[in-house]
Design a protein around this ligand. Structure first.
Ligand code: BGC
Length: 730
């Protein structure tokens, strides 16, 4: 399937840099024009490597004890995108002359992006420039550019100069707290050399001590080396081609980056076409497992494909780092990983590519010691507290009320571990990592909470809704803590994991304490409204004056002081509704329904994470008109740039959330110890919905079709009820 746009739109350059970026879980390259833009046209020209960061100061005006004053920031590595083209002496740029045709495309089966321009130079020379780019999924260190020029109406000289520039900076915007506030140079060039005709730049971050080597080698057709570039004779209709092979390696994964880059470069013996073939084969396997097919709505289908493809591009290739909120597509949130990975991107990957889900959890396991240290630093005697935002495992959130206070990140990771266990049954993972993660997470809950009048309470935390901070008994947090502790106790006594529990030193009294706290967990409930209040004080506050808030004042976070927001009933995103989504047995259906309607009225959806969850819950509740509306907005969020900041990077959580909404909302998937079951409800314009699930190592196809007023799954009538995956014919 291909996503494409036609026409040269100078106003959307940064947006398209994001939408057409190439990434493979290790490296990401924004889709900037090789030839650059003229002065005055903004660009975020960037190439990033998963887990490669610098340390930046984050000065606190009043540095109270324990305030974080340093953060990690993703770094822009040496720019290998540059290629200048001269057509008989005239420099190619679609900004000059005329772009008679201009097209960009992302081919999600081939795993390449293309830019095609039929250009007429100011002096009337015409040529077709076709540029194909690929970040290889098979060879993650490799990024290629195939640059093909076909003269159309002239003979003369073609000159191409391909660059590798280590002198780069990161992007900054002082007006938006969601990106770095200032432009910074994070990497210094240490060495620039040419070995066997290949250019190498070795750079090092100024403070974190990470080195990166970028190498660029070339192959040509119809062009020969000359001076700083390549030269060829133009003949109408005869293509001249430059193939640029870029390899990237970093010192978090390799000792000697130059040597490693040389090795990678030398290993690139095969033709570009065979790299394309390998990419295609990789994606054929990916789509075989992951494709979701919506019958009857082509636009949504394309959007879903796009979202799934972006999840794959963003999903970590190893466990050095997790999935950043923007994947590898931009510098938004400075490359940090939040709960977005575990709670939004993870579920769809878990059900189709469990090996990726495992890598994501292993990143958390690899940073468990840092989380234990973090907990001690904050004052906890026991347990681990994972950072709200991070690249290397230590906390990067400078504003703790809507940052580090989001203790639910712990619960989210614990929840993901349990989901992974339920779907994969991977004993080895649980023995070596999963159980220990759960143990440390549950210990933290015991250490954070306390008993009051016989109930277990967790005070002074922030839930998912960042417009309501530092509260007592956030429903979402408490419900998750309960889930974490229950499962830790249960798994520690599960056959096959008992020896792991023993070697972790888990004691009987500790399990008892987890069970007791889980049992006694206080989950706020308001009898009058019949809903779960978001926290102890939420319902006491006045409701935000939505009627007098002009549309231009959204997102509220850019227009109102946080303290002002905190005093009202106004939610940035799903909070209680999120709890209802993931822990549907915790309350009655009636409560869920009432909560949904209540919170819908006070939620702005200023976070891109919100609508997919409202969609899923609306679908579960059978409010199909609402579910359908939320789904459409959600599925197209980046394609339509509806939050206005896709230029800073894609919204991976929203993309994963959209997939969850389809699977857990419309297909009504449910995962528990009894297996996987479905309770489908399709939106009115969907004729059918087909997807695959990898459950316990077995790939199953699920096809939901309409059947009278209800639905059938693989031909089995559901009559509005639940059907187990076990009972479906393959
Ligand atoms: C949301 C968080 C999210 C973060 C990164 C914020 O706007 O409120 O829940 O983790 O963005 O996507």
């Amino acid at each position: 399937m291909i996503y494409s746009i036609k026409g040269f739109d100078k106003t959307k350059l940064k947006l398209h840099e994001t939408l057409f970026h190439n990434a493979n879980g290790y490296l990401g390259v924004r889709s900037c024009f090789e030839e650059g833009y003229p002065e005055g046209f903004g660009t975020i020209r960037g190439m990033y490597v998963s887990g490669v960061y610098n340390i930046a100061e984050m000065p606190q005006a009043e540095p109270l004890y324990g305030f974080v004053d340093k953060k990690q920031a993703v770094v822009n590595i040496a720019d290998a995108q540059g290629i200048e083209l001269y057509i008989d002496g005239e420099r190619f740029s679609p900004f000059d002359g005329e772009a008679l045709e201009f097209e960009r495309a992302l081919d999600m089966e081939a795993g390449v992006t293309c830019r095609r321009i039929h250009w007429r130079s100011p002096r009337g020379k015409e040529a077709e420039v076709l540029i194909k780019r690929m970040a290889s999924f098979v060879k993650p260190s490799l990024f290629t550019i195939e640059y093909c020029v076909t003269p159309l109406n002239f003979s003369g000289e073609i000159r191409v100069i391909s660059g590798l520039n280590g002198h780069v900076t990161n992007h900054g915007n002082p007006g938006d707290p969601r990106v770095a506030s200032e432009r910074r140079r994070h990497m210094d060039v240490q060495d620039e050399l040419v070995i066997d005709g290949v250019d190498y730049v070795v750079s090092a971050t100024s403070r974190s001590g990470i080195k990166v080597c970028v190498g660029a080698g070339h192959k040509t057709r119809g062009l020969a080396r000359s001076g700083p570039g390549f030269i060829g004779i133009a003949k109408p209709g005869v293509a001249l081609v430059l193939e640029k092979y870029v390899v990237v390696v970093d010192s978090r994964r390799h000792k000697d980056v130059l040597k490693a880059a040389q090795k990678e470069m030398q290993a690139l013996k095969s033709e570009l076409s065979s790299h394309y073939d390998a990419q295609k084969a990789y994606l054929a396997d990916f789509w075989e497992r992951s494709a979701m097919e919506i019958e009857g709505n082509g636009d949504l289908n394309l959007a879903m494909r796009f979202n799934l493809y972006q999840l794959l591009q963003s999903a970590p290739e190893d466990s050095v780092c997790g999935m950043a909120a923007k994947g590898l597509s931009g510098e938004g949130y400075e490359g940090h990983c939040f709960w977005d990975g575990e709670m939004f991107a993870f579920p769809a990957l878990l059900l189709t590519q469990p090996e990726i889900a495992r890598k994501m959890l292993m990143f958390r396991y690899n940073t468990l010691n840092a989380a234990i240290e973090n907990a001690r630093f904050i004052g906890h005697k026991n347990g681990a507290l994972f950072p709200w935002r991070t690249i290397n495992g230590t906390e990067c959130s400078g504003y703790y009320p809507s940052g580090a206070a989001q203790y639910h990140i712990n619960g989210d990771i614990g929840y993901a571990v349990v989901q992974y266990w339920l779907v994969s049954g991977d004993v080895e993972f649980m023995q070596n990592a999963g159980l220990e993660l759960l143990l440390q997470i549950s210990r933290l809950w015991l250490d954070t909470g306390h008993y009051h009048n016989g109930r277990f309470m967790i005070n002074g935390v922030t839930g998912p809704d960042e417009y309501t901070c530092m509260v007592n008994n956030n429903y979402y947090t408490n419900a998750l803590a309960k889930h974490n502790m229950r499962w830790t106790a249960k798994l520690a006594e599960t056959a096959g994991l008992a020896s792991a529990a023993e070697s972790l030193g888990i004691r009987g009294e500790e399990l008892k304490a987890f069970r007791q706290a889980a049992e006694a967990m206080y989950l706020p409930y308001d009898k009058n409204l019949g809903i779960n209040p978001q926290d102890d004080s939420f319902l006491q506050k006045p409701v935000w004056d939505f009627g007098n808030t002009p549309p231009s004042h959204y997102p509220l976070l850019l227009h109102y002081h946080p303290m002002h927001l905190y005093r009202f009933q106004v939610c940035k995103q799903a909070d209680v509704v999120m709890a209802h989504f993931i822990l549907e047995d915790e309350q009655s259906r009636e409560t869920m329904e009432k909560s949904f309607l209540y919170y819908e009225k006070v939620t702005t959806h200023d976070s891109s994470l919100s609508k997919p969850i409202f969609c899923a819950v609306a679908a579960k509740l059978g409010v199909m008109n609402k579910a359908t509306g939320y789904f459409k907005d959600s599925a197209n969020l980046d394609l339509r740039d509806s939050h206005g900041n896709t230029s800073d990077g894609i919204h991976t959580a929203n993309m994963g959330g959209t997939c969850m909404a389809a699977l857990f909302g419309f297909a009504g998937l449910r995962i528990n110890d009894e297996g996987i079951s479905l309770e489908p409800r399709l939106p009115p314009d969907w004729q059918g919905f087909t997807f695959r699930i990898m459950y316990r190592g077995e790939l199953r196809e699920v096809r939901i079709t309409r059947d009278g007023k209800g639905c059938a799954v693989n031909g089995v009538k559901t009559d509005g009820g639940r059907v187990s995956l076990r009972h479906l014919s393959p």
